[in-house]
Design a protein around this ligand. Structure first.
Ligand SMILES: [Zn+2]
Length: 155
């Protein structure tokens, strides 16, 4: 690096110091504050007193660790294309994913589960991310039981 390039670099650093006062990250405790500001919080189902197997069902749903065809056929040695991972519980010929099983599948058993847990469906979401709204509802224990029963049915 030539002397003039080094002088230019120092000039830029001095100008940055003058402009911003202190370089980002050079204040004591700045990194700790950033760490605390971005500290993740536990999902609500892990903060409530829910039976382990029900809590596990919600975690499996959120982490795609379930046995629905959308994941099961993705993890095979010869990965099945997404659009061919269809539901085997109904004849709609659509992908068996979380949203289909929990909210839409017309299978009689899943429809019966929706009737049994009808308190979860009182305020259906109108926006595009229906699944996120559904699994974010306040009745975490009821939701966990419903998800557990749905995943058991589709296992
Ligand atoms: Zn279906």
């Amino acid at each position: 690096m030539s002397l003039s390039a080094l002088q230019n670099l120092l000039l830029v650093l001095v100008l940055l110091l003058l402009h911003f006062g202190v370089l980002i990250g050079s204040q004591p405790g700045w990194w700790d504050n950033q760490k605390h500001a971005t500290k993740p919080t536990l999902p609500s189902h892990l903060r409530h007193n829910i039976l382990n197997h029900l809590s596990r069902a919600l975690s499996r749903l959120r982490l795609s660790g379930h046995n629905l065809n959308v994941e099961l056929l993705r993890q095979q040695q010869h990965r099945v294309p997404y659009e061919l991972r269809i539901c085997t519980r109904c004849n709609w010929h659509c992908v068996q994913d979380e949203e289909h099983v929990l909210l839409d599948c017309p299978s009689a058993d899943l429809a019966n589960l929706r009737v049994k847990h009808r308190q979860l469906f009182r305020s259906p979401s109108r926006n595009l991310n229906r699944l996120r709204d559904f699994i974010s509802q306040a009745d975490t224990k009821g939701l966990a039981l419903y998800v557990h029963e749905c995943l058991e049915y589709c296992a």
